[in-house]
Design a binder for this molecule. Sequence first.
Ligand SMILES: Cc1cc2nc3c(=O)[nH]c(=O)nc-3n(C[C@H](O)[C@H](O)[C@H](O)COP(=O)(O)O)c2cc1C
Length: 303
Amino acid sequence: MVNLETKIGKIRLKNPVMAASGTFGPEYGELMDINKLGAYIAKTITLNARIGNPPPRVCETPSGMLNSIGLENGGLDDFIKNKIPALKGLKIPLIASIAGDDAIEFKALAKALSKVKKIAALEINLSCPNVKHGKRDFLIAQDEEATYEIIDAVRRSTALTVIAKLSPNVADIKRIAKAAEMAGADAVSLINTLVGMAVDIDTKRPVLGNVMGGLSGPAIKPVALRMVREAYNSTKIPVVGIGGIMDYKDAVEFMLCGASAIQVGTANFVNPAASIEIIDGIKSYMAASGIEEIKELIGALKT
Ligand SMILES: Cc1cc2nc3c(=O)[nH]c(=O)nc-3n(C[C@H](O)[C@H](O)[C@H](O)COP(=O)(O)O)c2cc1C
């Protein structure tokens, strides 16, 4: 028997596999058993509703895709009134994902969501590349001080497990991960998408309505692995690995680099059952390798 149980802050996951925010909704329940996942991460919400960016919002690129959804969502009230009740059959931990313009908005979201019984943890999206954050012209996760300020504000507003979702669009991920840890994050998750663009030579226009978008999928995996490794080496909190995970081998690579858990994003669009197959694949890999506890894999990279 192999034991896949892992821990992120105060939450225990029966296995380390989650679907990444924004790439997976309750409708997947028609295609697979969502309760087999380690936890369910909701799409990022903001305090007020957002209409998102102009279309086209997605396009395929070699070994990946670009998206510029722009955090379209119905806001906090809609999430509590409509989205959470739609998850009533959920038996695994529910992780809400939040984004905002400033500490006041993040605080308000954290406080309100802490009162919702069903929510086990908050993923703090400091890293969506497709939105402007008020007066700021950089992502929160691109700046150590801003990362500290927002995580500190959330930490003071909630007793829930706090996961800081970081951006790859930085020079030194170690410093940002450290700032999140110092501010009280229970874990860091990385990476969000890499800023990119695509061009149509016939129209001579950018393919995406928003010009720039976020690159995801297999193309970003090597960058994600490197950053997960650096975050693991520079902090003492659990690291959640994200970026181009398509199968169990990719997932194991992230765990060897130090990920205590992983998230599957773009793969859900190619194969809705990808995350379930990844859980089964990790189990078989562990059994075949004589590994009983998933902990034995985490950070076990030989260098
Ligand atoms: C269409 C799409 C929508 C996304 N929406 C969100 C979101 O709402 N919140 C968030 O934190 N990340 C969002 N992401 C980023 C993913 O959660 C993930 O960090 C990223 O895609 C890298 O993982 P992948 O290569 O497995 O897709 C989105 C990604 C895609 C492709």
